[in-house]
Design a binder for this molecule. Structure first.
Ligand SMILES: Nc1ncnc2c1ncn2[C@@H]1O[C@H](COP(=O)(O)OP(=O)(O)OP(=O)(O)O)[C@@H](O)[C@H]1O
Length: 280
């Protein structure tokens, strides 16, 4: 198993040394082909973490390495899908035009761009909408275009920041299953931030639970569910229910102290790997 992403002792303080520390001492890895979900209390620093990982801003401390190379700007082989699909698609470009757009700046010739866009749109079930404009599509379809655009770049790492938070529950479930399908088919490495505990357990190979701000990793929870997930049967699985409860308990801890400190009963049944010592 190779390491795709290595985050070491990452910290970020907004406004200089005397400013506000959003994340601190944050370390974790993501292996190639893994889908890792990050959950954390509201405002704990999840987006700050993703911005640092994507090279969109330089962290105050620590390092991010993608395929062993330090990240010092936005890497070419990284793609990001944001929550707000309506602002991330260009309204004056067709669906195919939107998907092809980032390939232009990567210098990919026109014929290859068309081919890659068609392939990505097929993967998300939108081949028939290639000539339409974003305004002609539902919210869920627009977010599928954003996913296709990211996939067309064939990223080594796909970062997703609350990607399904702006769509209705039914569409959300469909998009979750679409992500699982393309992740399996293309063996994409995915790091996904979500507020939704069920979503994190349903999608992930591992769930990283963050503490309240400044965020650090409180637990690294392997999701030992069968790889084939199903919205009904997986969520009825006693193991799913147990894992979901464990993530909820970890998030509810006032200071997110590590599980080993006082969770003998709960931790016995769940293979939780404590990552940090209690915060002072
Ligand atoms: N540019 C900035 N300048 C100063 N403080 C900031 C800036 N961006 C974010 N913060 C602060 O850093 C903290 C973490 O913000 P961030 O958006 O990373 O959290 P989050 O976990 O993604 O939030 P949410 O759960 O609401 O999506 C918050 O307290 C926020 O107010």
């Amino acid at each position: 198993m190779t390491t795709m992403l290595q985050v070491t002792d990452l910290g970020h303080t907004y406004g200089g040394d005397a400013g506000y520390t959003a994340i601190d001492d944050l370390s974790f890895t993501v292996n190639t082909g893994e889908l890792v979900c990050i959950v954390g209390p509201s405002g704990c620093g999840k987006s700050t973490l993703l911005r640092a990982v994507s090279g969109l801003h330089r962290p105050s401390r620590g390092t991010v390495r993608l395929q062993d190379d330090p990240v010092n700007g936005v890497p070419e082989d990284l793609a990001v899908v944001f929550q707000d699909y309506s602002r991330s698609l260009f309204p004056w470009l067709t669906v195919a035009g939107n998907v092809e757009f980032p390939l232009r700046s990567r210098g990919i010739p026109a014929a290859q761009r068309k081919e890659r866009a068609a392939e990505a749109l097929e993967a998300v079930g939108l081949s028939a909408a290639a000539a339409k404009y974003p305004r002609q599509l539902s919210g869920g379809m627009q977010q599928r275009v954003s996913i296709a655009r990211a996939l067309a770049c064939r990223p080594a790492l796909l970062l997703m920041d609350e990607p399904f938070a702006s769509v209705d529950a039914q569409t959300r479930a469909e998009l979750e299953d679409l992500l699982l399908k393309v992740q399996r088919e293309q063996d994409t490495t995915v790091l996904l931030v979500t507020h939704d505990i069920d979503e994190s357990v349903y999608l992930a190979h591992r769930v990283l639970v963050l503490s309240t701000a400044p965020a650090s990793v409180v637990a690294d929870l392997p999701v030992d569910l069968p790889p084939e997930r199903d919205q009904i049967t997986t969520k009825e699985d006693p193991r799913f229910i147990e894992l979901r409860g464990e993530v909820a308990r970890l998030l509810r801890r006032p200071e997110n102290v590590p599980v080993v400190a006082d969770a003998e009963g709960a931790a016995d049944s769940v293979d939780v790997e404590p990552v940090v010592a209690a915060k002072s």
